[in-house]
Design a protein around this ligand. Structure first.
Ligand SMILES: Cc1cc2nc3c(=O)[nH]c(=O)nc-3n(C[C@H](O)[C@H](O)[C@H](O)COP(=O)(O)OP(=O)(O)OC[C@H]3O[C@@H](n4cnc5c(N)ncnc54)[C@H](O)[C@@H]3O)c2cc1C
Length: 372
């Protein structure tokens, strides 16, 4: 069978595009190397900008009592902390629950899944106007192909910026129970990285930190030593870790995180979510970028299949949307990521933000988009 759309990678970006196109009546297949439900390393804070779209493509999300987050707290190795009301705010939901809900919604809308199936090559026949995807099972044929394989894709684009000089980070996540105000998203800086706290469903909190991999190497790759030696230099974090009830036996970890900017369309293949470019969570909202790309692609692809635009227009419109909305944010985020490794800079920022909170507001508004 030849599908209208084949989507490689069923993370947040791929699942939402699959539902969007499925709801519009197109035949869609998702090739996903993993399965659902599953935990993922992520801060699990979603900017309010994507709330409307998520509700539209997956109304079941409305059945959950999710914490709404309107305030932001920042701390570092110094004594003082800074709090501010978020202009737009966000909400918290675990990736485990979110992807499971999206997966079920996609199935309801007729999306076909090849799970536990890895794609390893794709080709485009310009004369037949047909794409072929090679997987570790059978080949898949489609009219359009979308690559949403995330930041650690095995599909390497020649347009990927070289990562040889870029710093690598490690991500660590726990779910915890902790007496805290769920209306806050918190960022606690420590030498080499920062730790985020965000409320999620069932009164749980997601505690997720990212650290320069050199720090982990310096403590013989021991997570508990990493926390003791580096994270606990921030007293707020030390207290927090002591008071928390940890809900996993072991933390969830990922390595090799870097923030490369790629291209949204290469050789007739469309990239969305982290596979087009990943933004540092410190200035973040990668999940909203993934969702926004899916919503824009959903409409453009519909226009293409309805013969309202040509393939060339589809490519140009998606490329210019992506570059206009995300390119500068991504470039800036790489600098903020580097700066956020140094507590003295965060301490300095806190002492500036206190008398001049509009400075913090300005930075925060750069990290959030407009509701869609
Ligand atoms: C430490 C950390 C904290 C973060 N915190 C936040 C946060 O609080 N808020 C926020 O908005 N963003 C956050 N982000 C960013 C966010 O996690 C990403 O932007 C988001 O997951 C991107 O979704 P995606 O669908 O593009 O990629 P992914 O979620 O990575 O999905 C890619 C999918 O493709 C599949 N896949 C890969 N290769 C293949 C293949 N060859 N064949 C088949 N399937 C394949 C994978 O199994 C996976 O399911 C954080 C990121 C990190 C690293």
């Amino acid at each position: 069978m030849k599908y209208d759309a084949a989507i490689i990678g069923g993370g947040l970006a791929g699942l939402s595009l699959s539902i969007d196109l499925g709801k519009k009546g197109y035949s869609v297949i998702v090739i996903e190397k993993g399965n659902y439900p599953r935990h993922k390393v992520c801060g699990e804070y979603i900017s309010m900008e994507s709330h409307g779209y998520l509700q539209k493509i997956c109304p079941d999300i409305g059945m959950y009592n999710l914490p709404y987050i309107n305030n932001f707290k920042l701390s570092s190795t110094g004594k003082s902390e800074f709090t501010i009301r978020l202009p737009l705010g966000g909400f918290g939901i675990s990736r485990y629950l979110l992807e499971d809900l999206l997966f079920k919604e996609a199935q309801k809308n007729g999306v076909v899944f090849m799970l536990d199936c890895k794609a390893f090559n794709m080709s485009y026949d310009i004369f037949e106007v047909e794409y072929t995807i090679k997987t570790n099972r059978e080949d898949v044929y489609s009219n359009l192909v979308f690559n949403s394989t995330g930041r650690k894709s095995n599909f390497r684009s020649k347009f990927t910026e070289s990562s040889t000089n870029s710093t690598n980070y490690v991500g660590v996540k726990y779910h915890i129970k902790l007496q805290r105000d769920a209306g806050f998203v918190e960022l606690h800086n420590f030498p080499g990285g920062y730790c985020g706290l965000s409320g999620i469903e069932d009164n749980k909190t997601c505690l997720c930190y990212m650290v320069n991999s050199k720090k982990l190497n310096s403590v013989n790759n021991s997570i508990s030593e990493l926390e003791r030696v580096y994270l606990f230099q921030n007293n707020h974090l030390k207290k927090l870790f002591k008071a928390a009830e940890f809900l996993y036996d072991e933390p969830l970890t990922i390595s090799g995180i870097n923030f490369n900017i790629k291209e949204p369309v290469v050789d007739n293949y469309f990239y969305l979510g982290d596979s087009a470019g990943s933004i540092s969570p410190v200035t973040g909202n990668g999940m909203s970028i993934a969702l926004r790309s899916a919503s824009v692609l959903g409409n453009l692809v519909d226009n293409y299949f309805c013969n309202k635009i040509t393939k060339q227009q589809l490519i140009e419109d998606y490329t210019s949307f992506w570059k206009n909305e995300f390119y500068i944010r991504m470039k800036l985020s790489r600098h903020f990521q580097k700066l956020s490794e140094y507590p003295f800079l965060t301490n300095l920022s806190i002492s500036l933000f206190k008398p001049f909170p509009f400075l913090a507001k300005g930075i925060i508004s750069q990290t959030h988009g407009v509701a869609f």
